[in-house]
Ligand binder design. Structure first.
Ligand code: SAM
Length: 264
């Protein structure tokens, strides 16, 4: 069946076998794994995941594709290797889908309009995958890995939960229909909340958001707005953070130390 891609659902189907196999390799998928796939589309990635022997739970929003997938993977549905859920991943309760914290991998070529919401649900939520391999817009991947050496609210918000690595760039020609932007495969490994064992998650985010509030201001000036009751100069000296630092120059560990030392 010929399916006309729906722009509103971010439908750009991946054609590149190299990219598909790179996602499987990055996921280090073995037959014991449970893999959650968001937006299986016409099943190009699903097929490769199923070939590893892993169990796949896929969530697809487009009812037209449910029919296609049910037919294509009838055998895998029958032997319970494949479970297809018709729904919106943002609205589903992961617990009710049988997913437990750390017992699954998330591998997906996601619709880009929900990239941020997917990070939020699967990184700061209570049920985290152990590993996440996703296709994102190339610029987003570069910002997350801080390719230019500059950290951002986005890079820190992701790195706080896992180790990030850009696997490869995937040019727009590898999708059908061809999108306007290039993409990249991003791997987030060893996902956990261990970073927040010693510091409060909410306080950390409050501090980084304040630190990045005004791009042109120095970090001290930004922090003064909300944390002015602290002797910021003294704290910076004590922590050996240069007083004229900009937020983008501080690494994740520096923000952890700041969170420990600032009173809110
Ligand atoms: N995985 C396929 C591939 O690699 O060719 C399709 C990828 S396409 C970029 C994104 C897919 O996500 C589409 O099939 C679309 O219908 C589906 N989708 C869009 N929004 C969704 C949502 N909120 N929940 C689940 N699936 C969604």
């Amino acid at each position: 069946m010929q399916i006309k891609a729906k722009k509103s659902l971010g439908q750009n189907f991946l054609k590149s076998k190299t990219a598909l196999l790179a996602m499987i390799k990055a996921g280090e998928i073995i037959s014991d794994d449970i893999v959650l796939e968001i937006g299986p589309g016409q099943g190009a990635l699903t097929e490769k995941i199923l070939e590893t022997g892993a169990k796949v739970i896929a969530v697809e929003k487009d009812d037209r594709l449910i029919e296609v997938l049910d037919e294509k993977f009838a055998e895998s549905v029958k032997n319970s290797q494949f479970t297809l859920i018709h729904g919106d991943i943002l609205e589903l309760d992961l617990n009710k889908m049988g997913l437990k914290n750390g017992n699954f991998k998330l591998i997906a070529n996601i619709p880009y309009y929900i990239t941020g919401l997917i990070f939020r649900k699967f990184l700061s939520g209570d049920i985290q995958p152990k590993k996440l391999v996703i296709m994102v817009q190339k610029e987003i991947a570069d910002r997350i890995v801080a390719r230019d050496g500059k950290e951002s609210l986005l890079s820190l918000s992701v790195k706080a939960y896992g180790d990030v690595k850009k696997i490869m760039k995937v040019e727009k020609e590898n999708f059908s229909p061809k999108p306007k932007v290039d993409s990249a495969i991003l791997l987030i490994n060893d996902i956990s909340k261990d970073f927040f064992n010693e510091i409060n998650e909410e306080k950390f985010f409050d501090i980084i958001k304040t630190g990045f509030a005004h791009k042109r201001k120095m970090l001290v000036a930004n922090l003064k707005e909300k944390f002015g009751q602290n002797d910021l100069q003294k704290i910076f000296q004590h922590l050996k953070i240069p007083e004229k630092s900009r937020s983008e120059n501080l690494k994740l560990e520096d923000w952890k130390i700041l969170t420990k030392n600032l009173n809110s």
